[in-house]
Design a protein around this ligand. Structure first.
Ligand code: FES
Length: 565
């Protein structure tokens, strides 16, 4: 146990806000929101969340926050609720609005950091759902370095369509199948109506569930809490316990910097790859490690992935949803299997002060379940993520191998300078088997914001081209993407990366076992084209997008924003 014995002051920050004659004005205002003389003797605990009405993912968070606050109050703290934003990738996918998604990760982190530091919270619980709020919350927590954790809102339940479970991924692929004439308009509408039956995050091992799984194993979420689906009545009990737990963590004085190590990050990457998780973990873990001051590089993902088998049979590359993981015993069973198999290190700490191994020791597996497999009999012998390099991506790019059975691909480049043009070509039946669809100027700076290409990738799969067409982009992919899809190509086109030099018909070769991606062009030709390259006009010259484009780093560094040099 990591008990503190040095008498940690549970009001280590809020004393400066509410104690003494000079703070009378602050107390006067805080009385107006209901605080009492007694409350001024208690620690102030932030309850931050990304409730927003624009999507199902975060819709239950305000209600859950009330249960967290109750737990805090009954454990002797004063809860203070603050709100941040969220952007739904699923809703905005394929539109200009999707450019706001990755940008919002920084806004979520910045806004929670600012509210919590300005109002001097002694500890914090951050409720998050959806893709960017999870890493954004973890980044804020790490920057604040006060006792606290991220509480995942939880997955949606699966939809049911003609006797089988479906998720939002099925809708995206149905659009492609409809465009190809393989699915009727009525069936598409039926799938659309059935896919999302209530509140919660997208139901496969897409980015939100991948990040929630990884953050729980990393040590920034209490073990056993993330798996509980958002609509499940037990989620409110979990939220109440979270309120009590943060008070316990505060009394111990246990901060993120006491928990996070390079090994804990490697554990988080391992569980993500072991579940066939989203490529977006590469961006987000690089960014989170940077906030924690822990060295982590894009090559660490290869190293971990090579020694970690895929042991969960989850959508998008497998059969089951996040709710099935919960019914099989939860993320804790996956972690237990990986610890027993020597794939992650169980000695790392969690928010209770107990080690990961201690927390999962009693994980109860549902007899007969086949969602979570074993290290000895995995779904796939090595992990789902591979970093490729080559003359097209000197700084690296990422492919999810659990999403494809193809190891090599070689074909003519079909070059598009934005997602919309590529989508029009795919749905217009202009893409042929063997092609390599290239979508560029969609990188961190170019888009800006690295749009996810799920609309295009799902349309390719939906048209039956998933096994014969590759796609490469300096943008990103949704966790729901499957097929031979290479993202995060760095350096990006907007800064003159080699992907900017590609021309229609150039042959591109992808070699997954060799971890290579190359244009079959002489080096001199590539260099000559890049010497003639001119940067395009920026898509935005003012506002949040322009600020972001000015500050954002390469995808190979997590697309973090940083002060100009
Ligand atoms: Fe929110 Fe998928 S759009 S989790």
């Amino acid at each position: 146990m990591a008990e503190r014995t040095d008498g940690f002051d549970v009001r280590h920050r809020s004393r400066a806000l509410v104690e003494g004659r000079d703070r009378a004005a602050a107390r006067a205002m805080l009385r107006a929101i209901g605080m009492t003389d007694e409350d001024f003797q208690r620690p102030l605990i932030g309850v931050a969340h990304s409730w927003i009405e624009t999507m199902p993912c975060n819709l239950g968070l305000r209600k859950l926050a009330q249960a967290v606050k109750k737990g805090i109050r009954e454990a002797g703290g004063v809860p203070m609720e603050v709100n941040t934003i969220a952007i739904s990738d699923g809703v905005t996918m394929g539109t200009e609005g999707m450019k706001a998604s990755l940008v919002s990760r920084e806004v979520v982190a910045d806004s929670i950091e600012l509210a919590a530091s300005a109002h001097m919270f002694d500890a914090i619980v951050i409720l998050a759902a959806c893709d960017k709020t999870l890493p954004g919350s973890a980044m804020a927590l790490t920057r604040l370095d006060i006792p606290g954790f991220v509480l995942y809102g939880g997955s949606i339940l699966p939809g049911h369509y003609r006797g089988r479970d479906i998720t939002i991924q099925n809708v995206f692929e149905a659009i492609g199948a409809n465009a190809a004439g393989r699915l009727s308009d009525e069936e598409l509408l039926e799938i659309e109506r059935a896919a999302c039956p209530g509140v919660g995050t997208c139901g496969g091992q897409f980015t939100a569930n991948t990040m929630a799984t990884a953050i729980e194993v990393l040590g920034l979420s209490p073990v056993g809490m993330a798996s509980v689906p958002q609509p499940d009545p037990r989620k409110e009990e979990v939220a109440y316990r979270a309120g009590q737990l943060v008070m316990d963590q505060l009394r111990r004085g246990l901060r993120p910097s006491d928990i996070l190590t390079r090994q804990s990050f490697l554990n988080g990457i391992a569980v993500a790859t072991a579940t066939g998780g989203s490529t977006n973990i590469v961006l987000h873990f690089l960014a989170m490690a940077r906030e924690a001051g822990i060295e982590l590089t894009i090559d660490d993902f290869n190293e971990v992935s090579e020694r970690t088998p895929v042991i969960a049979d989850l959508v998008p590359s497998g059969r089951y949803t996040a709710v099935d993981v919960y019914h099989a015993g939860g993320i804790q069973v996956i972690a237990k299997r990986l610890i027993e198999g020597g794939k992650i290190d169980g000695s790392q700490l969690t928010p209770t002060g107990r080690t990961l191994a201690e927390e999962v020791a009693d994980a109860a597996e549902t007899p007969g379940q086949d969602v979570i497999l074993s290290v000895d009999r995995p779904k796939q012998p090595t992990g789902g993520l591979v970093i490729l390099r080559g003359n097209l991506a000197p700084e690296g790019c990422v492919i999810k191998t659990s999403g494809t059975k193809i190891a090599h691909h070689r074909g003519p480049a079909r070059v598009f300078d934005c997602e919309e043009d590529a989508m029009a070509a795919v749905t217009g039946r202009q893409i042929r088997p063997g092609d390599v669809v290239v979508i560029r100027y969609e990188g961190p700076r170019g888009g800006p914001g690295m749009r996810e290409m799920l609309g295009v990738t799902a349309a390719i799969v939906g048209e039956g081209l998933g096994d014969s067409v590759a796609l490469i982009t300096d943008g990103r992919f949704s966790g729901a993407t499957r097929g031979l899809m290479v993202g995060h190509v760095a350096p990006e086109a907007a800064v003159g990366g080699p992907i900017a030099a590609l021309r229609e018909g150039d042959v591109v070769a992808i070699d997954i076992p060799g971890k290579r991606i190359d244009a079959e062009l002489p080096n001199e030709e590539l260099a000559r084209r890049l010497a003639d390259w001119q940067p395009p006009e920026p898509n935005y010259t003012s506002g949040a997008f322009a600020k972001y484009a000015a500050l954002v780093a390469s995808a190979s560094e997590g697309a973090v924003t940083r002060p100009p040099k």
